[in-house]
Design a protein around this ligand. Sequence first.
Ligand code: UD1
Length: 360
Amino acid sequence: MKLLTVIGARPQFIKAAVVSHELLKHSNFEEHIVHTGQHYDYNMSKAFFEELSIPLPKENLGISGGSHAQMTGSMMVALEDSMQRIQPDAVLLYGDTNSTLAAALAAAKLHIPITHVEAGARTGSKTNPEEINRICTDHVSSLLLACTEESLANLGNEGLSAQSFFIGDPMLDAFFEYSMYAVTPELVDVSTKHKIEVPGRFYYLTCHREENTDFSTLQSILDAMDMLDYPVIYPVHPRNRANVMAILGDKDYSNIVFADPLGYLESLYLVNNAEQVITDSGGLQREAFFAGVKCTTLLDFEVWPETMVEGRNILAQPGQESILHAMQIPQHIDPAYNPFGDGHAASKIVARIESAFNSY
Ligand code: UD1
């Protein structure tokens, strides 16, 4: 069976890595990877292919930047062409990026069946661009694979039960598989360079969502980080580069270590060893939960409500008072509570694809 995987952004590389490794064990699958080019800096893209040994993409479409419509539209046109040349039996998509949506629309119009991994996640906020991508992708897909029972229930509420299954979160597979390699502080250039005491005596901040990238919102977040009792490691997403440079022109943030985007192993090391995580990333919220590290989420909607239990992940507004309040709420961990499956999602994804499309 010829499977076309379309990926383009950092979190998709991590999920695709574990599934691609599983697909290689099955001789009846021939996987073709197409990279849209949405993320293109070395440390946002190629570094992940090298570090996670992801099979090299057959094509890189080189499409990034611009408005949502420009990016999504250009990707659709190029992906339609790739799909017509590759002639896949099915398409495999991950998450909620513009690359996911573009591939879903192109494949659906060519009547190619789509498998969507991370299906059913809902924030209830249609001003969140990723929510539009999630809803549209789910409604044109043939096989919907949910990371949690709550996501599965969301799909049921939208009339999609027949093609939906709970398989767990492939990010948990990756977390288990790669945490064992992410154990030495020397791995983390950024902390050794800046003499940050690890483990435990630092905070880990990531912030890149459209909701938090305007100048004043980002400045309020950095002001709050500068007040904390331990240093804050902040790898700056390219989306925020220009604003961070402008903010640093006005003020010296001595408690924040600004860094380039990190590799996956460095990031895993920081999640596993941070005092707390502060983020707006859906992936990092789940990784903090897997690691048992308290998380504060800089959004006004829940992406993964399963993590928002017993003080483990608290929403905060991008101001000092709200962030400090959230960070002070203690967390309690119930080791028996694991809504994200057993860390074997990749093999279940492959088995589901095999049985759904077994006529190919
Ligand atoms: C995208 C996804 C988001 C995901 C995130 C992970 C959408 C709508 N959003 O957001 O769901 O959580 O990726 O990081 O698809 N840029 C660079 N270098 C790069 C990549 C991007 O300079 O390697 C620039 C782009 O040119 C653009 C900006 O950063 O100007 C934003 O990038 P974009 O791909 O639009 O969205 P992300 O914020 O990365």
